[in-house]
Unconditional design. Structure first.
Lengths: 295, 313
């Protein structure tokens, strides 16, 4: 009997089925990761390639070479000298920063009212805001253009900045979705302490809503930075007011700038977006997710 | 509510109004007013110098036999039929792939997401250069494999597929939305399915897909709306590939290159309005666009719970 007890626990030889399953798992693992790596290379190639071209001589940039024969980082300085890039950069910065600041000032209170205040017509107003958000900008382009032209503001970026003073539908939507997640108890506590609605918003809600506000602000900043249609519509006639996107599209064809410099400017236009993204990745991904439907 | 004295009620309304006033003004001035004017202008004829003259339905009748309109509608419909589904299927594929990765999912997510932030003009220039027929790296690589690459942005058959490729590069935002959807599928559903002997494909087909259906609807509707207003990439690709002027007065001359293959509805609207200054007709085109976009939006509003305006807390 003791002998039985002393027998070491038998090592069950894994049946061939289990072993096969394990091997299959490992193969699947390798397969999935290989696909992911291949895709990652495909997604990165355009950017890597652009950077390489931007460091070539103008002659080599016209060939089918992948690798620069000699390195020319000075292209990035030259493009500032031979094109109005500094002007475009300044315009784009001013446009994106002012629009973002004004948009937040006007949209946060509206989103707060939609999320936390009770008033008649609230759901209707929210529906209208979604419709505004979904509206293709081309629908109202002509009447808006005529309106700005009557006021003598075409040829500048004002027609794009001024409307942000009056809220942005997408930002209001995004912020409202975010503010809904703040528990009512915090607001009630503030009211008990004698805070009015504005004080509650500024003292209690703003600090808690920082990630949402960051996401909405980033979206607006990127939208302005990338905007092509708006500046094309209002500033084509006045090159002094052009933005990066507008200028970039005209370098090669209008100004006959060499390809290596055009590509350098292209890289420069993408770079700030990537830098900002790495600093604010969390807020950003959270924001994109919020735009999707819940449930 | 009615028990409250009038003064308090008025004050409460004043507070609410103080929060909403800027947005309300914005909606009226930059949405309501131009929308109503667009409808009114669509029954008139005028240019930048003349005043609108009532012409009744003339602009709408003109739409019936406008070859450029027909061409632009065809191109936009092609984009809706190909661009939208291809982007959705690819985004779901990427999202599912990310959830299956045990290592480096965050790293891959960042790589796939980043290009979606690239400015459209910059991305378009990059792709026209990458896909240059003669010396572009893609065709050079294809030549190494013994494949005679297409003319991409310079060929009427391949110009729109090239735009789809460009759109796939920027698929990251859609992927993140689907990723949230796929991660939101309760694991208990997968476990139950596995007990029933479902393989990976069955689990995807009968568990994942039905659960993320609202997200697919959302992506389809926003995708159609996005495609209806598709402008930047088509305009820039046409002008860079053709080597013609892009901005200022010359902008619309390169629209649709090559042979009108990238000539989308918004490009025609812009051309009519800002090159020919046929502002009445441009507004008729705008009203038609609004009708379609609105109909598509209504589908979403009627189906999606998150948009119903109900409070979730």
């Amino acid at each position: 009997m003791t002998a039985v007890l002393e027998t070491p626990p038998t090592v069950v030889p894994s049946p061939p089925a289990a072993r096969r399953a394990r091997r299959q798992n490992r193969l699947a693992w390798i397969g999935r990761h290989s696909i992911a790596i291949a895709l990652a290379v495909m997604f990165l190639t355009p950017v890597v390639y652009l950077v390489l071209i931007s460091l070539m001589t103008s002659d080599q940039a016209l060939t089918s070479d992948y690798w620069p024969n000699s390195w020319h980082p000075e292209n990035y300085v030259r493009v500032f000298e031979v094109t109005p890039l500094p002007r475009y950069l300044l315009n784009t910065m001013l446009y994106a920063l002012t629009a973002t600041a004004l948009m937040l000032l006007s949209s946060v209170p509206a989103a707060y009212a939609l999320a936390k205040l009770r008033f008649r017509g609230r759901n209707l107003l929210f529906l209208v805001i979604i419709c505004v958000m979904m509206l293709p900008p081309q629908v109202v382009t002509v009447p808006l253009y005529l309106m700005w032209a009557r006021n003598g503001l075409t040829g500048s970026l004002w027609p794009l900045v001024i409307p942000t003073l009056f809220g942005d539908a997408f930002a209001i939507f995004l912020l409202r979705q975010f503010l809904l997640t703040i528990p009512q108890e915090y607001l009630d506590a503030a009211k008990v302490d004698g805070c009015g609605e504005w004080r509650t918003l500024i003292r209690v809600v703003l600090p808690m809503a920082r990630p949402g506000i960051a996401a909405a602000g980033l979206f607006q900043f990127f939208y302005c930075w990338n905007d092509y249609y708006g500046p094309l519509l209002y500033t084509s006639e006045n090159e002094q007011a052009w933005t990066l996107s507008l200028g970039l599209a005209s370098f090669h064809s209008v100004h006959h700038v060499d390809w290596n410099l055009v590509i350098a400017a292209t890289v420069l236009t993408m770079a700030p977006i990537i830098v900002v993204f790495f600093f604010a990745q969390r807020a950003f991904v959270q924001g994109v997710t919020l735009t999707g439907v819940k449930g | 509510m009615s028990a409250q004295p009038l003064a308090i009620r008025i004050r409460r309304h004043a507070t609410t109004l103080s929060f909403l006033a800027p947005a309300l003004i914005g909606i009226v001035v930059f949405f309501g007013y131009p929308l109503v004017s667009a409808v009114y202008f669509s029954f008139t004829k005028f240019d930048l110098l003349s005043t609108p003259q009532w012409v009744g339905l003339a602009n709408y009748r003109r739409m019936a036999d406008d070859p450029f309109l027909l061409q632009s509608v065809r191109n936009t419909l092609w984009m809706v039929a190909v661009f939208v589904p291809v982007r959705i299927v690819s985004a779901i594929g990427l999202a599912v792939l990310l959830t299956q990765l045990k290592r480096g999912a965050g790293f891959f997510r960042t790589i796939f997401f980043l290009p979606s932030l690239a400015p459209p003009v910059a991305a378009t220039i990059a792709f026209v250069y990458l896909l240059k027929p003669g010396t572009g790296p893609v065709n050079t690589a294809l030549a190494h494999l013994g494949i005679d690459g297409p003319l991409w942005f310079s060929s009427p058959e391949w110009a729109k597929p090239s735009l789809v490729l460009l759109g796939l590069w920027g698929i990251g935002d859609l992927m993140v939305i689907f990723l949230a959807g796929v991660l939101g599928v309760p694991t208990s559903l997968y476990e139950a399915a596995a007990l029933d002997g479902a393989n990976a494909w069955h689990r995807f087909r009968y568990v994942t897909l039905p659960t993320i259906r609202p997200v697919i609807l959302f992506a389809a509707v926003t995708g159609v709306i996005y495609t209806l207003q598709y402008f930047d990439q088509a305009a820039v690709a046409g002008s860079i590939a053709s080597g013609q002027a892009t901005t200022g007065g010359g902008i619309s001359q390169s629209f649709g290159f090559p042979e009108g293959s990238t000539f989308t509805y918004p490009l025609w609207l812009y051309t009519v309005g800002f090159r020919y200054h046929a502002l009445g007709y441009a507004n008729a085109l705008a009203v038609a666009l609004f009708a379609v976009a609105f109909a598509v939006t209504v589908i979403l509003l009627r189906r999606a719970k998150a948009f119903s305006g109900e409070e979730t807390s």
